[in-house]
Design a protein around this ligand. Structure first.
Ligand code: NCD
Length: 345
């Protein structure tokens, strides 16, 4: 693996190896252990589009492996504002850094960065294209949640909800899940925001079942996972942006009525928490089915695994670990649910 640009870069055994490395990295990500395998290494974290968790969790992952981070955000303060090409920018920064993470508003732009350098490049989201590190942390979370419930990923029923056309997280996730067997996908999107047909065709060609729906209530009662996504208005033009109002709100009353007691609820975040938003509601906070903060926490371990693998130190992760001497909270957030409150079946 030279770069991580798409989940298509990964065979199933490579995915499994990455997730096993992430498990090994978990004590470090959870601040119980300290590790210095990337001491002296520098990450270039280049974000030309808004980001909170992806940018910070990549940076935290690199720092927790002992490395340091240089970053740039937005076009305004980058020489791209002076007309510099992606190729020149990529080559220049590669002279300073040992790995690059790039987020860019145009699909394919991160691959252009990768073509100009031999330093590993990770796609942190390229427009409506892909978001492979998010898909890996989602799969890691799904495996965790399902294992706790005595379920398996193979044969699971996965519902994806919301803006499936512009949502790069679901594009990567459905392709990654399609490496498994006998999957059933229910894709629920408002008209015009459906999953791109090319992705559906590929998943169906792998022998999985895909059902598409336009109304949120349909097809969720036996879903093992509901993966909700934000309506990406920033990727829509005029008419659609203004005219788009269908109800895609996933709140507690909805989940209690239409989902099961062991349905796992995930979302890549950010969710739109403004009043009346058609998104995952905050009234689900504290519900043990809601895995969104377990998902974000898992992002650090999975991104550590990505760096360790790309830089060839995955076998050294366990060596030389020291106990973290500082105090850290037992539970990170006050709303974190007890896992044991989830009953299977
Ligand atoms: C997503 C993204 O940027 O694609 N967020 C993330 O990286 N976790 C989803 C979104 O912006 O809606």
């Amino acid at each position: 693996m030279t770069h991580l640009l798409s989940v298509d870069d990964l065979e199933r055994d490579q995915v499994e190896a990455l997730l096993a490395t992430a498990r090994a990295a978990e004590p470090i990500a959870r601040r119980h252990k300290v590790c210095r395998v990337l001491e002296g290494a520098v990450l270039g974290n280049l974000f030309f589009e808004a980001s909170t968790r992806t940018r910070m969790s990549f940076a935290a992952a690199f720092c927790r492996l002992g490395g340091a981070v240089c970053d740039t955000t937005g076009f305004t303060f980058s020489s791209m504002a002076k007309g510099e090409s992606i190729a020149d920018t990529s080559r220049v920064i590669s002279g300073y850094c040992d790995a690059l993470v790039v987020r860019h508003p145009e699909q394919g732009a991160v691959a252009e960065f990768a073509r100009a350098t031999h330093v590993p490049v990770v796609n942190g989201g390229d427009g409506p294209g892909e978001h492979p590190s998010q898909a890996l942390l989602d799969l890691y979370t799904i495996e965790d949640e399902f294992a706790r419930l005595g379920k398996h990923v193979d044969g699971a029923h996965i519902a994806m909800v919301g803006d499936l056309r512009h949502g790069r997280t679901v594009h990567s996730l459905i392709k990654l899940l399609a490496q498994r067997s006998r999957m059933r996908f229910t894709l629920i999107a408002p008209p015009g925001l459906e999953m791109p047909p090319a992705i559906c065709d590929r998943v169906a060609a792998n022998g999985h079942l895909i059902e598409t729906r336009r109304v949120l209530r349909q097809g969720l009662h036996d879903a093992d996972l509901v993966y909700a996504t934000r309506i990406q208005r920033e990727r829509m033009s005029g008419e659609m942006r203004e005219g788009y109002t269908p109800d895609f709100r996933v709140d507690r009353a909805f989940v209690d009525t239409h989902c099961g007691v062991s349905t796992v609820l995930m979302h890549p975040l950010p969710r739109d928490s403004s009043p009346g938003a058609n998104d995952l509601s905050t009234d689900l906070d504290g519900d043990p089915r809601l895995a969104i903060f377990r998902q974000t926490d898992n992002g650090v371990a999975v991104r550590m695994a990505i760096f360790a693998t790309l830089l060839g130190v995955e076998s050294l992760l366990q060596r030389g670990l020291r106990d973290a001497p500082w105090r850290h909270p037992h539970r990170i957030g006050p709303m974190d649910a007890d896992f044991h409150a989830l009953s299977p079946g």
